[in-house]
Design a protein around this ligand. Structure first.
Ligand code: SAM
Length: 319
């Protein structure tokens, strides 16, 4: 079934080969298409007219949770039959759907919310379709990672999507330590139960002065974006239980720019404090003010003190 006449050669399977350096394309007009369809992450107004049209026209909608997608289909008056494709049956379904696509049925693939295959089932189905020479078409729309990144106020020119961090504390901290030098903006999906712990772990791994944003309930009634340093967001999570409610994306600035800013502000604060206080006390206060580790502030304070002593000695010898 062809559902989008605007695309070239609807419903056509191409097998390409090379004979004497000439590309020969063999069309199989019987094959269907696999449509990968994004669905709303909260606000039904975000469902595109094209997505509705595609779901209506396909032979079947392959859905992560047929009950949940059933509600969506009902809302838009779509009566296409549903087939479940979730993490426990995806490989089997991928083979079955590839056969069905080859036989001529078009299939729409959806997940519970957002874009299929992005921290959701879908990859196996797409890979099997690609391997079978089926045309795979994107019907793009909402995805929490892009929605959060676009409003976080952090660099977006390069970013790194990490999906969900490990749920267990030790494994999570190991993964964060591995990411400490990553210079691209980092984006994580996180559960509301773990966000306070994860903010504390991020502050420990990246330093409390790294900028970050917690985007919760995007496109929904209680949509809120909290922005600040990791240390500030950690304090906010402890004081404001709303921060840990609903669905959450955490974005954290990358290392290169943040480290440069950290060093500059640590030096500035230490210079002011060292002028008035003994070294240990100055380092402890600077660490508390900026949310950096005590020994990091102490080591930097030692260097500054030495620099200062060397400069004084040099100017004494000149006078
Ligand atoms: N495939 C989906 C996508 O493209 O966004 C993501 C699915 S993943 C299983 C669900 C996670 O996405 C949630 O735990 C949360 O971290 C994030 N998420 C989904 N909807 C959200 C929303 N409205 N606001 C903030 N985060 C959201």
């Amino acid at each position: 079934m062809d559902v989008d006449e605007s695309l070239p050669y609807p419903g056509t399977l191409y097998v390409s080969t090379h004979v004497n350096r000439v590309r020969i394309i063999v069309a199989n007009s019987r094959a269907g298409r696999l449509y990968v369809v994004a669905t709303p992450i909260g606000n039904l107004g975000d469902f595109s007219p094209r997505a509705v049209e595609v779901l209506r026209a396909c032979a079947v909608v392959a859905a992560e949770d047929t009950r949940r997608t059933g509600v969506l289909l009902q809302h838009f008056g779509i009566t296409t039959p549903l087939l479940s494709v979730h993490e426990h049956n995806e490989q089997l379904r991928a083979t079955q759907l590839a056969t069905r696509l080859q036989a001529g049925d078009s299939v729409a693939l959806v997940s519970d919310a957002g874009t299929p295959a992005i921290s959701d089932p879908g990859f196996d189905v797409v890979a099997a379709a690609v391997a079978a020479g089926i045309e795979v078409v994107s019907i793009p729309g909402p995805s929490a990672v892009i929605a959060a990144l676009s409003v976080a106020g952090l660099p977006t020119d390069r970013f790194c999507f990490e999906g969900f961090l490990p749920a267990r504390g030790a494994a999570r901290r190991t993964r964060l330590a591995e990411l400490a030098a990553e210079t691209r903006t980092l984006v994580f999906y996180e559960s509301p139960h773990r966000i306070a712990e994860t903010l504390a772990d991020c502050a420990q791994a990246f330093g409390g002065t790294r900028l970050a944003a917690v985007a919760r309930e995007l496109t929904k009634l209680h949509e809120t974006v909290y922005r600040g340093t990791l240390a500030e967001l950690g304090l906010r999570a402890a004081a404001d239980t709303d921060l840990a409610r609903g669905e959450i994306v955490l974005a954290v600035a990358g290392a290169a720019t943040a480290v440069a800013a950290d060093d500059a502000s640590l030096d500035r604060v230490l210079r002011l404090l060292l002028a008035e206080l003994p070294l240990k006390q100055a380092a402890r206060l600077a660490a508390a003010i900026l949310g950096v580790r005590d020994n990091e502030a102490y080591k930097r304070a030692l260097l500054l003190k030495r620099e200062f002593a060397e400069k004084s000695a040099a100017s004494d010898s000149q006078s």
